[in-house]
Design a protein around this ligand. Structure first.
Ligand code: ASP
Length: 329
């Protein structure tokens, strides 16, 4: 991939279960450095991959911030300019489906950027971190992974950030994609049969004080009081509608009012599949809501829609740009 014989990869450690060990106070917590993670990977020397380590954060996934990810994307850009061939990030799995999509929007250029982690902590029986890290380093070092934006590698599967979701709380195969993984590893070899088109790139988004974008899921029998309280306090709103984009009829005036003030994006709380546009005609249906100014997220899931809307608002995007960006999905 370069004139060097072996790929050079930048490894960033952000914390998460992969770096967690038992604490005297009870439970496991992030403790291991990037160097220590690497030293637990069998067979790394034989790959010839050169790794530069960066202890970037030591946090559980739930405590990572937009500012942390913005700083990471900026640092990655500098390393790529310095000539690294690819990047691997280890972090807590709880937020990987969001951080991967965020980094996908911020990451420019063709260098492979791979996120991984572990479902079992570093000292647990059958810890999956070392295998995931080795597979990720192999992927990031492989030219087949170039030009695909941010990837998530878990259990020898390669997922596109745009599709991947954590669909199990604790299984070592927790990460799945609705169209399926775009690639996989077999006997250490990287295979990438599918190459989805890249989404929008919002590389310059400033996220030190990100706009407030709330997610409100539709739930059975809800009278809209919580929605109304939230809608008055945010810069943007993402609605997790039932099925193809439906909400209780009581929500309609609240959402119409909100959509006249701030962008309100309609997603499906089902997590996969698309919001419809022209099928149902009752109060609170997708047609009704889109007619009242809500913006369809298409097939983008609720939590990724929040990330995209946050970045668009951080860049002061006008309504037409927001509609166009979601229109890509
Ligand atoms: N369960 C999480 C993990 O797999 C904890 C975290 O996200 O930090 O890493």
């Amino acid at each position: 991939m370069t004139s060097r014989q072996h790929a050079r990869i930048a490894l960033y450690s952000l914390g998460g279960t992969i770096a967690m060990t038992p604490q005297a106070s009870g439970g496991v917590a992030p403790a291991l450095s990037a160097r220590e993670l690497l030293s637990a990977v069998p067979g790394l020397a034989e790959t010839g991959i050169e790794v530069d380590v960066h202890d970037f954060r030591r946090l559980p996934g739930a405590s990572l911030s937009f500012g942390d990810l913005r700083a990471l994307a900026t640092d990655i850009k500098a390393r790529v300019a310095d000539g690294v061939d690819g990047i691997v990030v280890t972090q807590g799995t709880d937020t990987i489906e969001e951080t991967a999509f965020l980094l996908d929007l911020l990451h420019t250029g063709d260098a492979p950027l791979v996120i991984t982690g572990a479902m079992r902590s570093a000292t647990a029986a059958g810890a999956d971190g070392p295998a995931n890290l080795l597979a990720s380093l192999r992927t990031a070092a492989n030219r087949k992974a170039r030009g695909l934006g941010c990837l998530v590698v878990f259990a020898d599967e390669i997922h596109a950030a745009r599709y991947v979701r954590k669909t199990h709380a604790s299984s070592i195969t927790a990460f799945t994609s609705q169209p399926g993984p775009i690639g996989y590893l077999v006997e250490g070899q990287v295979h990438v049969p599918l190459r989805p088109a890249r989404g929008p790139q919002l590389a310059d988004a400033q996220l030190d004080s990100p706009p407030g974008v709330a997610v409100v899921p539709a739930v059975l029998g809800d009278d809209g009081r919580v929605l109304a309280a939230v809608a008055g306090q945010v810069d943007g709103l993402v609605v997790g509608g039932f099925g193809v984009g439906h909400v209780p009829a009581a929500w309609v005036p609240i959402l119409a009012d909100a959509a006249a003030r701030v962008p309100v994006v309609l997603t499906s709380r089902a997590g996969t599949g698309s919001v419809h546009a022209s099928t149902y005609g009752f109060a609170g249906s997708e047609r009704d809501l889109l007619d009242r100014g809500l913006i369809s997220a298409g097939s983008l899931d609720t939590y990724k829609a929040r990330i995209l809307l946050t970045l668009l608002l951080a860049g002061k995007a006008e309504r037409a740009e927001i509609v166009a960006a979601f229109g890509l999905y």
